[in-house]
Design a protein around this ligand. Structure first.
Ligand code: FMN
Length: 262
């Protein structure tokens, strides 16, 4: 599948097959994709604990809690707990030295001296600030996005779940003090159709993106829209006509209680 189609057909899949294990190799490919994502200063703060329901101790499974559409935790065969290791920031100097040695940062004769005398000291004053929520989360998000696309490309469905219970999960999983739980990601084989009801609503392009200053909408070419539609990136909007019937079918098949919102 071409990248455009991967981007366009990926959906948050809330309904997964609970009985079907996910091959370790497929999860590994997701983690490999996350590992090579960009991160400021090459700090690489993204970490994860993969919880496989078929092999994890019950107390580890019980440690996972999410308040919004939390039934997904019970249904998914695999849940990835993504977290940010703030201590990775402490190694910033070494990561920059590695970048320089790799030929990715700087050029010319004086680059090593400039790194040691100017850039690394500049970062050292900022390390504690850089551990606060901000750029690190952005970069972890890039890794998680790559893992998500890799999951989709392998026929898996995933949904990210935010949780205010990060500290509880951190304690239950005995993560280091320096960890900050970011989100949970359910992973499994989809129980729903690949369209999952269609392209979820998005705000108008022109309201989101600007050209040469705020308030001047970035022009949206209809030809490009047509091209991306042809390529499978822009797809029919949700809800597809049969979605409610599909939801009812899934509710029964997965024996789901209530309304699925909490
Ligand atoms: C960081 C993050 C946290 C999310 N948390 C939840 C959640 O707690 N429960 C849930 O059902 N969906 C959650 N979602 C999924 C979004 O609701 C979903 O992306 C949105 O409905 C759009 O659907 P799509 O991903 O198929 O385009 C989360 C998504 C992201 C990126």
């Amino acid at each position: 599948m071409e990248l455009r189609e991967v981007i366009g057909r990926r959906r948050s899949m809330r309904y997964l097959r609970p009985y079907k294990p996910v091959e370790k190799e497929k999860i590994q490919r997701m983690l490999e994709a996350a590992r090579i994502a960009s991160h400021w200063g090459n700090v690489q703060s993204l970490r994860a604990v993969v919880v496989d329901k078929f092999t994890a101790p019950q107390e580890v499974v019980d440690a996972l809690v999410a308040p919004i559409a939390g039934f997904q935790i019970r249904v998914a065969p695999v849940v990835i707990v993504w977290y940010l290791e703030t201590a990775a920031v402490d190694e910033q100097g070494d990561r920059l030295r590695e970048l320089l040695a790799a030929g990715a940062l700087g050029y010319g004769e004086g680059k090593r001296d400039a790194l040691e005398s100017q850039i690394i000291p500049l970062f050292e004053g900022l390390l504690e600030t850089l551990k606060e929520p901000g750029l690190g989360e952005l970069d972890c998000g890039q890794g998680i996005a790559q893992a998500t696309l890799m999951a989709f490309e392998q026929g898996l469905g995933t949904c990210l779940l935010g949780t205010p219970y990060g500290d509880q999960i951190k304690a239950n999983l005995e993560l280091p003090d320096t960890a900050r739980v970011l989100c949970l990601q359910t992973v499994g084989y989809p129980a729903e159709s690949p369209e999952a009801g269609g392209q979820r609503p998005r705000q108008p392009f022109e309201d989101l993106f600007h050209l040469n200053g705020f308030g001047k909408a970035f022009p949206r070419s209809p030809e490009v829209v047509e091209e991306l539609t042809r390529d499978g990136m822009l797809t029919d909007p949700a809800p597809l006509p049969w979605r409610e019937e599909e939801l009812e079918y899934l509710r029964r098949a997965l024996d789901l209680k209530g309304h699925g919102l909490v």
